[in-house]
Ligand binder design. Sequence first.
Ligand code: PMP
Length: 362
Amino acid sequence: MTTPVPQPGIMTISPYVGGKSKAGDNLEVTKLSSNESPLGPSPKAVAAIEAVLTDAHRYPDGGSLLLVEAIAEVHNLDASRIVCGNGSDELISLLNTAYVGPGDEVLFTEHGFLMYAISATAAGATPVKAPEVDRTADVDNLLAAVTERTKIVFLANPNNPTGTYIPTSEVERLRAGLREDILLVLDAAYAEYVTRDDYRPGAELVESHDNVVMTRTFSKIYGLAALRLGWAYCPPAIADVLHRVRGPFNVNALAQAGGVEAVRDQAHIELAREHNEKWLPILTQGFRGMGLGVTPSVGNFLLLDFDGSGKSASDAEVYLAEKGLLLRAVAGYGLPTCLRMTIGRDNENHAVIEALREFLSN
Ligand code: PMP
């Protein structure tokens, strides 16, 4: 029997496995495995989502018009440059679909977000990784890895799963070192959490250069991961290309309605940011005090390294899961000695501290 054969490269892709959401039957779980917001969405967004449910027989607006306008207004951006997507995952895929093919290379950092490699390979291109320094993107290493085949450079800033970032001056140095026919994608999924003065998500670079795109998401600080909503800020020619390759109704009506209210409710975002700011140092110091390595993070998650602790990350994952605490194993990112913990609510964070202290002392 013959079966349809996928394009070359497709069978080399390992399916993306999301953070766990179950730990065993009848066990209440604390999900700290997917960098979601412990505060949940804005109540105003929830009300807006509920209000559109009875219109579920209608197609959504194909261009996400009201949402684009709301994003532009709140962030003081040019609406014509904004393209919404079914999660920023979709926008990453569409950029690869549109700009790369067989023979091309797509470059990102050693522990870059998995979707870059998946969607580059799916488009027939070759993913290339540049070494990091201290689990942080290194501009010199990225530039050294560029070849005449490089078509896209993805930079998650801050990066997942490391939580590290590079300052805007370094992003600018990266851009300046790239040929102008190479697309630089600044993935700013965690931008809202960063409170450092030397950091900007990238809109100014998009406005001043024809080869820079910024992607954003509603899945993290906005607490709307289930709706699948992201957006890209693009040079006009790239926005035009994305509109050509996206599906006609790629953003559903619930996401559009919820997104409008979520982006307007910046007070809710401020609460989430404050909660995160409070916990980042407490958890970082707490875990270090137990003998774990903790990569300095500016995001809403921490990379815990069990190397040298006498215990393995995979045993820790199982131990925590048995208590209903779900952290993310990141062996798939080439970090087999690490677990990634999303910052949760107060009681959830205390529970992880307590459980890890027990685990490490046993
Ligand atoms: N970029 C980065 C760096 C991420 O960590 C994630 C989520 N894990 C995404 C993009 C995709 O987010 P979404 O598709 O939910 O918008």
